[in-house]
Design a protein. Structure first.
Ligand SMILES: [Zn+2]
Length: 1064
């Protein structure tokens, strides 16, 4: 199917899908950094024809009836977390002159929708009443021009002073390893650099050494161009003569006779278990080896790639599945990502899919080929994930490509010992002298065995070139709602208690600072200056023009003032115990927080319990509960005011991130409030119906989340840049951040629980390339005041046939990327438009498979095995809280689900979309995992259908942030007594949230399983024990995705619908 077919087939397109190129670079205001971005290197110049996967097609006026409130107004995309040029709410000048604007592409779905209105009763599926309407285009938008160049690079603040020394420490992660770290179980290893030919020995713990750093300080008024810094220090001089050109088949020919690299490491495991690049520093460094270099050259490609065609041998991924006949499609355990079709040597060292993943593990050679596949191309990242083992490199020289600034990585090519070829821009670079020494093997002349070339994920301690001001200290500011409503929920006790318990576990060092602000109708500051006998409260009642009463004593050194801080935490809950103040001036409190932290940067933690009612940022309720179920489309998904976004951008410019904890029983307009976190790279936590007495499960959840939040790793003043091989480009980012330039995200804080997604396009044909690479570099300041760079590099093969593209499709990554895109579409266009687009995504890709890949036509709804779950996942998305219609979904609940889809890492997003259902009344040790002497049963994953429930059993549903345990009416009495400690079914309480600790094998197994599920995520899922009469039974049943509900199709009906559209 050609792209014109796609266009005509889909008729009129919807509004632009939030995927303009990232051109709205925020020019740092004059108070910030006068300096700006360097012109990107050659690898980043090629942005002529941005690929635009989800853009709707033609530009047409809205169809009648599709927008049921007011005139249609094109809204620039907000997904990219850019400034919103043209946003109607804009009341003050934009922050800089650099806002380029996407031409509004007003468009609308065509006259008919491909999906029946979801709030209506599903019509008979046989009725041929679906029109092919708007789709998500996998095509391009007009180019937006080259990234702005905003001035000359600044002089380097400090010349490199660092003593030369190489040490590689493999440091265990500071934070609790995730349960999944079972896969990273490589023995923690520390490589001591005993003999260093190039300099005096330095600390073995690379990160304990700070002597080279400028004296840490507050950093006030220091130019702060972190985006520039990530570009690195060596751009100053003219580049030496370039040896450009696309990669040729000469890659690696200098050593044609050498065996593939890493041969004499441990025997390659089979493909299924070969995804452990986090086990890098095991054997390879211990023995001198002949010069070897894994090459992406043609000779090294896996045989399966060249032989991949349907004619010769069909790989399992392309096995044709008739979805209408095969109903048991779920694997018994977790769905595993596909393994890229690379040589074993390359794949073994490739980035772990939990950290870095592509929707297509085989990259199409051309954009037109990608367009034909009708699959989105994008990356999913979890860049700051807690790792149980992370190689850390301290080196006076961080070796990077002189041209595109790529960090040297396992996928570069060594032409000889003195030259390496960049795998992103293909420039040939010199190997620095220092790099010739391998501190691990303590040998000379083996640059290819350096840890930088052996690990797809590693961290550098950055020398002083990577900072323009002294690394900031860890700074924490707690902002607490103390209005009557807030006090009534009892949350203050939990926050203060948790802070008291974890005060010594806050990440930081001797410089760590802390401060507190409370607010109701006024703003209260706390003087915690050393020497005071008790904390001093200072009330500012002029909320119109907020000022700091004693600027120097509100943010204090935690170590020096710990007693005063503890005194304050002990007395805070009582201080407002009798308050009758109902008003709440959140906006002014946030302004105060910004003022307080703008000199240093840091983290603001805001606890809010109601709709802000006073001062700037005051909001009015926009939700009419009576309209929830009946509204034709969902209104008010976009912010009511731009105050929170503007303040967030101010915060971002000063390296301040705001995390929002919303504890509420009523509508709080999360769509507006959430902007404060979204654009400042913060996190949003939401606890609906929070109350100390009435909702003990919610309290436990809040306590656990808070502990993780306070003690987890944190990075300050961070930027992340994603580079990709020449010919590819990034055009849309998803997550919480601000896009500072084409490929650079500003992250005032980065936390280990944040995920990101990006959409990519192919701008130049990748002909002659065997593989392409992607590199994410996260430059941040650790809580100990070090500049560090975490680098992830992923290599993927390039293919030139549709069947190869399909064979490498990663259905979970595709689903998660589509979910992010659909959130944007819901906000910029409408929910129904987003729903149509998701449905069309499955129809179009399966149509493409049928018409372009299958050689033998056969009846049925045919999918390649690797995409067999795609229609199921799409249906699951349509029924997900974020996108569903027809049920009474609270607006804040919906908006929160959308937030989660955008910034959670893939594994958790997938559980939100398609929960895992297990039968648990008959758990056995068969096939169980053994983790630290605990036996964890591994029951089979069941289809999400009431058919699968049996009245004599008990079933556990893991939906990510909530776990349901459904007890059948005739449940095995043994389970009731041995696991629940209850005599019979009737005794199951309506609100039961924990499993008793019984000394029975059944109890231990069940608790081990639930505990293991919980350990695998950074948040705490509430457990609800459900019986027929339970109020939450409806929520449980709503997750039965395969079943028909009054407002949505069953899975089988959905398949029939998809089939019908395909055969049109
Ligand atoms: Zn390069």
């Amino acid at each position: 199917m050609s792209s014109t077919d796609f266009s005509s087939q889909n008729g009129a397109g919807g509004p632009p899908y939030a995927n303009v190129k990232e051109q709205h670079a925020l020019n740092p205001g004059p108070s910030q950094n006068p300096v700006a971005l360097q012109p990107p290197g050659p690898g980043y110049m090629a942005h002529q024809t941005p690929y635009n996967p989800m853009q709707a097609k033609g530009a047409m006026p809205p169809g009648p009836g599709l927008y049921n409130s007011g005139p249609y107004q094109p809204i620039p995309p907000v997904s990219s977390n850019q400034a919103l040029p043209g946003q109607p709410m804009l009341k003050r000048p934009p922050m800089g002159p650099q806002h380029s604007m996407t031409p509004p592409q007003s468009a609308s779905p065509g006259p008919g929708s491909r999906m029946p209105p979801a709030h209506a009763t599903p019509p008979p599926v046989s009725a041929n009443n679906y029109q092919h309407a708007p789709a998500w285009q996998y095509g391009g938008t007009p180019p937006m021009g080259a990234p702005p160049s905003m001035g000359a690079p600044p002089p380097m603040a400090v010349p490199p002073l660092r003593p030369v020394g190489n040490h590689i420490t493999s440091s265990p992660s500071l934070a609790t390893p995730q349960a999944t770290s079972a896969e990273y179980h490589a023995t923690p290893s520390v490589f001591h650099n005993a003999t260093q030919p190039l300099g005096p020995p330095t600390s073995l713990q690379g990160y304990t050494q700070q002597g080279h750093m400028p004296t840490p300080g507050n950093g006030a008024q220091v130019p702060n161009s972190f985006d520039h810094l990530e570009m690195g220090p060596t751009m100053a001089g003219p580049l030496p003569p370039q040896q450009p050109g696309p990669p040729t088949r000469h890659m690696g020919l200098s050593y044609p006779s050498l065996p593939p690299g890493y041969q004499n490491t441990s025997a390659p495991p089979n493909a299924a278990t070969m995804q452990h690049p986090m086990q890098p520093l095991t054997q390879p460094y211990t023995h001198p080896q002949p010069y070897q270099q894994p090459s992406a050259g043609p000779a090294q490609l896996s045989p399966s790639l060249s032989g991949l065609s349907l004619q010769s041998q069909t790989p399992e991924a392309l096995r044709v599945v008739n979805l209408l006949q095969e109903r048991s499609l779920l694997p018994p355990g977790p769905v595993t990502p596909p393994t890229p079709c690379l040589s074993q040597d390359l794949q073994k060292i490739n980035c772990h899919p939990e950290v870095f993943r592509s929707t297509l593990t085989s990259i199409p050679q051309t954009q037109s080929l990608l367009n034909k596949a009708k699959l989105p191309l994008g990356l999913l990242l979890h860049p700051f994930k807690d790792l149980s083992q992370l190689p850390v490199v301290t080196s006076s020289t961080i070796v990077r490509c002189r041209s595109c600034r790529t960090y040297i990585n396992p996928f570069v090519t060594f032409l000889d010992q003195r030259r390496w070829k960049c795998n992103l821009c293909y420039r040939v670079n010199d190997v620095p002298e220092e790099f010739m020494y391998n501190p691990v093997s303590r040998s000379y002349g083996e640059p290819h065995k350096r840890p930088e070339v052996q690990n797809a994920t590693l961290e550098f301690i950055a020398p002083s070139e990577y900072m323009l001001r002294p690394p900031q200290p860890a700074v924490y500011l707690i902002v607490l709602d103390v209005s009557h409503n807030a006090v009534e929920t009892g949350y203050l006790d939990v926050v203060c208690q948790s802070l008291l318990e974890n005060i010594n576990a806050l990440p930081g060092d001797s410089r760590t600072k802390i401060g507190f602000i409370t607010f109701d109708s006024t703003i209260h500051f706390y003087n915690l200056q050393e020497g005071l006998s008790q904390p001093q409260m200072l009330v500012v009642s002029d909320i119109e023009d907020i000022f700091l009463p004693t600027p120097d004593s509100l943010l204090v050194n935690l170590n020096e003032c710990k007693e005063l801080v503890q005194d304050l935490l002990k007395s805070l809950p009582q201080m407002f115990g009798k308050t009758m103040e109902t008003q709440c001036a959140l906006g002014p409190a946030l302004q105060a927080a910004f003022k307080l932290l703008s000199a240093t940067g840091g983290r603001v933690s805001v606890f809010q319990t109601q709709l802000p009612s006073l001062g700037v940022g005051a909001l009015k309720s926009r939700e009419d509960p009576n309209q929830r179920a009946s509204a034709k489309d969902i209104q008010h998904l976009s912010p009511a005011t731009d105050f929170y976004k503007k303040l967030a951008l101010d915060c971002s410019g000063q390296q301040v991130a705001v995390d929002l904890f919303l504890l509420s029983s009523q509508y709080c307009d999360l769509a507006s409030l959430g902007c404060i976190s979204r654009y400042s790279a913060g996190s949003v936590y939401y606890y609906p119906s929070y109350h100390q007495q009435h909702n003990p499960a919610g309290v436990e959840c809040f306590q656990k989340d808070l502990k993780r939040y306070l003690t987890r790793k944190i990075g300050f003043e961070a930027v992340m840049r994603i580079r990709c091989s020449k010919g590819l480009s990034i055009h849309t980012f998803h997550g919480n951040f601000f896009v500072r330039s084409t490929d650079l995200l500003s992250l005032p804080n980065v936390n280990p629980d944040a995920g990101f997604a990006v959409q990519m396009s192919i701008e130049e044909n990748l002909v002659d390339m065997q593989s392409v690479s992607f590199q994410a570099a996260l430059l941040y300041t650790s809580s100990k005041g070090e500049r560090r760079i975490r680098v992830h590099t992923m290599c993927l093969p390039v293919v030139n046939s549709l069947s190869d593209i399909f064979a490498g499709a990663d259905v979970q990554a595709i689903t998660c990327l589509l979910a992010s895109m659909a959130v944007d579409r819901s906000v910029t266009a409408s929910l129904s438009d987003a729903r149509d687009a998701m449905t069309n995504a499955s129809i179009d890709s399966l149509t493409s498979f049928r018409t372009s890949v299958l050689t033998i036509q056969q009846p049925g709804l045919l999918a390649p095995a690797c995409l067999r779950l795609f229609p199921l996942y799409i249906l699951a998305l349509l029924k997900q809280k974020a996108f569903r219609t027809g049920t009474s979904t609270r607006l804040d609940d919906r908006v929160f689900a959308m937030c989660q889809l955008k910034y959670q890492p893939l594994a958790y997003v997938m559980l939100m979309i398609h929960p895992a259902l297990y039968r648990v009344d008959d758990l056995t040790d068969e096939g169980a995992l053994n983790i630290s002497e605990r036996t964890i049963p591994q029951p089979r994953v069941q289809q999400l259908s009431v058919e699968k429930l049996s009245r004599d059993g008990a079933f556990l549903m893991d939906a990510g942030s909530v776990i349901y345990l459904w007890i059948g009416r005739n449940c095995n009495p043994n389970f009731l007594t041995q696991v629940l400690g209850l005599p019979n079914y009737a005794a199951v309480p309506l609100n039961m949230n924990m499993l008793p600790e019984l000394d029975t094998a059944e109890s231990q197994r069940t608790r081990a399983f639930v505990g293991w599920l919980r350990e695998q995520r950074p948040f705490f899922p509430i457990l609800h024990v459900i019986r027929d009469e339970s109020p939450l039974k409806a929520s449980f049943l709503q997750n039965m995705i395969e079943d028909r509900t009054e407002s949505a199709l069953s899975y089988y009906e959905f398949l029939l619908h998809v089939q019908q559209q395909i055969s049109k």
